[in-house]
Ligand binder design. Sequence first.
Ligand SMILES: Nc1ncnc2c1ncn2[C@@H]1O[C@H](COP(=O)(O)OP(=O)(O)OP(=O)(O)O)[C@@H](O)[C@H]1O
Ligand SMILES: [Mg+2]
Length: 536
Amino acid sequence: MFGRRSSDGNAPRRISHQPSQEPRAPQQQQQAPTAPPVPVAPPQHGQPHGAQGHPQAPAPAPGHQAPAQDPRQRAQAPAQQQAQPEAPRPEARESQRRHSEEYYDVKTTVFNALIDTIDLTQLAKLDNAAAREEIRDIVSEIIQVKNVVMSIAEQEELLEDICNDVLGYGPLEPLLARDDIADIMVNGADTTYIEVGGKVQKTSVRFSDNTQLMNICQRIVSQVGRRVDESSPICDARLPDGSRVNVIAPPLAIDGPALTIRKFKKDRLRLEQLVKFNSITPQAKTILEIIGRVRCNVLISGGTGSGKTTLLNCLTGSIDHDERVITCEDSAELQLQQPHVVRLETRPPNLEGEGEITMRDLVKNCLRMRPERIIVGEVRGPEAFDLLQAMNTGHDGSMGTLHSNSPREAISRLESMIMMGGFQLPVKTIREMIVGSIDVIIQASRLRDGSRKVTHITEVVGMEDEVVTLQNLIVYDITGEDASGRLVGQHRSTGISRPRFWDRAVYYKEENRLAEALAASEVLDAHGNPMGEGNG
Ligand SMILES: Nc1ncnc2c1ncn2[C@@H]1O[C@H](COP(=O)(O)OP(=O)(O)OP(=O)(O)O)[C@@H](O)[C@H]1O
Ligand SMILES: [Mg+2]
């Protein structure tokens, strides 16, 4: 049988047909076929759980043809003929995963027997579907030979779990399969949280132990040529689907490896959807579109997971298709739709501490690439200086995101990034530079009820003495809370009818649309007057 380890190195064997000849009976003595069913013995001490100690099954090469055996023939094998229960939906499957210790013991035993039987190198040559088929077949036989007592549903779940362990990301698989999850946060083997609909919730997903979790982390990061272990315990990586991954391992993470995944959304959110989610109003959507189109330099500010990258992605939708855009990111997340885009990604140092390419290196290099717009995924260091310079010197329409809680704070964050970058400039000069470069700050927030809002569209208008002056165009006011705990509020214009970028809007013939959107956003007080400036 293809993919099985053979005793003579060549002749394949089926363990279910010749149970007495099974090599290295894993974990326990083989049960005679007539023996009464017994629960499987727990793993022996020193015996690895999960994939520990065994070579990791490398992901089968994409598109590789399954040799030797046609999976359709395999589907007719007796083991496959049993009626398979329909696979439960991922959410349902996940909720079933409140397994007993016994389940994990059985799983470990079957897993180890599988690893002893299967030839991982051969398995790696199969495509994913054929490899799954092969594993399912062998596991069914192991369960039969060992007389493990299980219902068909439990057996199906065990098969699925083991396939996920060998070929995929183990217990993470059902979570990765769900599209409604924004983040997966694993805090050691026993605790996994997810974020759904803006709310963080605990799941029943758990790993056999920290070693299995570490093996999965290792598998993830090795796919992008990186390594995570005690000597290099921090690592950023990406899943093949583009999801952003961070691993921090012991001894830095005290209670076991911490794995954080920002799930990549296949269908990226668009401004229309943000309107539907009440993150912005239709008028604010129009204003954002105009800001993107008339080439304002934009900073998107917000806390962790507030929707900065999503907003940046949305704004890039207004870029003309004939513009040359260069993106710089730590982990490529942006999905630009334009044809003329060059995507750049930073690189961490190698194990010898060499070869690092920083965001600053990328932004500086951008300037030699004749960009029309530069987009920086996240500004977090001295590259702030280079981005401001680029914005100031003919690369209008550049954009970036930055971690901060208000437009005012975004300005001071920029200032301190530049000062900490070792640029010997007086504060006033830095502020003048900011005023001369940034046109608009868009503030994203994740509110306490889990909803995400654009809370400010703010212009940088100038300097008064040494203070940067800001002018809010649109603000979001929270007015209360409904019975179900959801915050109630409204977006409104502050009554500014001629923003500072008005001339740009005129130049791009967008002034009428802009005036209309601003006027329609106005909320009047009891006396029919605009409600005035909100807090910056
Ligand atoms: N307005 C929104 N409504 C609902 N979900 C949103 C909204 N904006 C973003 N999201 C979702 O929230 C999650 C986080 O969004 P995003 O990656 O844009 O945040 P971020 O601020 O860039 O996070 P980080 O600080 O980690 O880089 C994503 O799953 C995204 O799809
Ligand atoms: Mg982001």
